[in-house]
Write a protein that binds this ligand. Structure first.
Ligand code: ATP
Ligand code: LTN
Length: 327
């Protein structure tokens, strides 16, 4: 089985990225041949600083290895190192309609936040489809916000297959039922996000323990006192429960039962400690790995080589089926 996912080297990765995506990269790498791509080409579609992109790319590579991606098992690579991605994206642009891109919620939301809306932000999902389809991917571990982009990738693949003959496998999304959408701790009706969230409500994967504890202490809770999972009525508490369920390996119902009649205080402390216990070893490993730039360069060169080899045959078949004269 082929597994593929992409993650942007922007800002500090947060607990939502960890629970919704990175944890499941680590889990799925056991189930087949896995590719994890640091999508730097996607990160230039909104305002950014070149120096920060460079640092964020290496930092994210170190974080992915620190979180448990095993370079002997998984291919971890940087998107811009494999030119098949933008090439395939251009080809797929011919089977993607303006109308379907215009309907993408992420484009509408991010577009509204930008003064300058780039053409790249609009065609972003075509590059994402190329990422996925080039590897004949079966499974794509992602958070809930990427559901629509995955659906688009499948539609693009089906359209290509019906026009030019079966080339692409149709990928399935793997979205966690609990934790697929972690909310901002200060505004629990919005998803936790480096771009759209509040700083105090966004827990960084690399935040030191004291910062993490403070953020949970000040987390917004709901009126009432019962610890109950009801996302519509109690978005703050439900979000904290989902976080504890995942990082602490507990059932939502068991958390409810344990805190029956006890109020919020001790519950919030337990969530904070469970998060610290999960993230602290990652932060410590990250610091070691990030310091060894030569080793990171080596691992990324290894990843790029494997990714080029794995993606080349599909790109070649696309060119041939589409009627290009090949050199
Ligand atoms: P942000 O909103 O913080 O800018 P993003 O969604 O734009 O993040 P990435 O960092 O590339 O971009 O996301 C990596 C993965 O994390 C994706 O699979 C995405 O679905 C997932 N993810 C992002 N935010 C959350 C969240 N709040 N809860 C669960 N999963 C999330
Ligand atoms: N758009 C995704 C990042 C991404 C991705 C991918 C995810 C780019 N290419 C391929 C899965 C598969 C996001 O999280 N913002």
């Amino acid at each position: 089985m082929r597994i593929f996912s992409g993650i942007q080297p922007t800002g500090a990765k947060h607990l939502g990225n960890y629970i919704g995506a990175i944890r499941n990269y680590v889990a799925t790498q056991e189930r087949g041949e896995a590719f994890f791509c640091i999508v730097d080409l996607h990160s230039i579609t909104t305002d950014y600083e070149p120096e920060e992109l460079r640092e964020a790319t290496l930092s994210l590579a170190a974080l992915l290895f620190a979180a448990g991606l095993d370079p002997d098992r998984s291919t971890v690579f940087v998107q811009s190192h494999v030119s098949a991605h933008p090439e395939a994206a251009w080809l797929l642009g011919s089977v993607t309609s303006f109308g379907e891109l215009r309907r993408m919620t992420q484009f509408k939301e991010k577009g509204e936040q930008q003064e300058f809306v780039s053409a790249g932000l609009f065609t972003y999902p075509v590059l994402q489809a190329a990422d996925i389809l080039l590897y004949q991917t079966d499974l794509v571990p992602i958070g809930d916000d990427q559901r629509q982009h995955l659906e688009l990738s499948r539609n693009v693949a089906e359209r290509f297959n019906s026009r030019h003959g079966e080339i692409f496998r149709l990928p399935e999304a793997l979205i966690p039922e609990v934790g697929g959408r972690i909310m901002d701790l200060q505004e629990p009706t919005k998803k936790m996000s480096t771009t759209g969230g509040t700083p105090q409500g966004t827990v960084g994967v690399l935040d030191p323990p004291e910062t993490i504890r403070k953020k949970f202490k000040t987390a917004v809770t709901d009126s009432g006192t019962d610890v109950r999972h009801a996302p519509d009525d109690k978005p703050g508490i439900s979000n904290l429960m989902e976080i504890l369920a995942i990082v602490g390996g507990q059932e939502l119902s068991a958390i409810e039962a344990r805190y029956d009649g006890q109020g919020y205080g001790a519950f919030k402390d337990e969530v904070a400690e469970a998060v610290v216990a999960a993230l602290d070893p990652i932060r410590l490993r990250y610091e070691e790995l990030r310091a060894d730039t030569a080793e990171l360069d080596r691992l990324l060169a290894l990843g790029a080589g494997k990714a080029r080899e794995a993606s080349a045959p599909t790109l070649e078949r696309m060119y041939e089926r589409m009627g290009f004269v090949r050199p």
